[in-house]
Design a protein around this ligand. Sequence first.
Ligand code: HEM
Length: 234
Amino acid sequence: MEEFGTGDPVTEKRLRATTATVYLGGAETSASALHTFFLAMVLHPEVQAKAREELDRVVGAHRLPTFDDFGSIPYIDAIVKEVLRWYPIVPILMPHKLSEDDVYDGYLLEKGSFVMVNIWAILHDEKRYTDPFAFNPDRFMKDGVLDPEVFDREEVAFGFGRRVCPGRHLAYETVWIMIASVLSCFDIRKPKTEDGQDMELREDFVSSFVCEPKPFKCEIRPRSRQHLELFAHP
Ligand code: HEM
């Protein structure tokens, strides 16, 4: 740090605090989103098949997806949006204190009041989302592209106003590239029981400040030797 910085202790303290904040704010949340993604894929092989059709067509089998593919593989965006909507990582936000009087839906909210946003309710509102408890990325698609008419709020999952998640773009892109890369190369399935049947899995989530699936078993198999090589040595 000294080599690149000023050696100023205040700067160093800020750098340490910023690094810790990035880690504390970003590590568990992004990992939880991926955890939710794996559960959704085990439960919905038809979504994997659709994503793979898009990936094979646009990206092909000789390279991994990159950020240059952004905009060309909209179904992957639809999956990211649905992962963040289906079980929002932070279902109820920390209290926000109003810095001035506000009016919402005819109600006066006085300066100094605490407001807690219910992200879960917004993202499961039946008026906006048909069958809101179902995992269905197609709700964000129309005619093969993202539907601009859908109340698309992966942003809702990242909060609002001055305290909105500052890591939201990094988080979205991290989750996007992970999902695109994993689906390019791997098949995610229910594990088999001893008598060869698919093991039953349920949507079972930890209910705490950060929402993520309880541990579950799944099989993650390379689609082929070529896909495995590609993932290991991109
Ligand atoms: C899928 C991943 C993520 C989700 C769902 C998420 C969600 C959220 C939410 C809902 C808030 C509270 C916003 C509010 O109160 O209005 C928040 C705050 C915050 N997030 Fe994230 N986040 C994610 C990833 C990240 C990453 C990658 C970073 C850092 C690189 C990060 C850093 C922070 C910080 C520092 C805050 C506190 C902001 C403040 O209070 O001013 N988050 N996040």
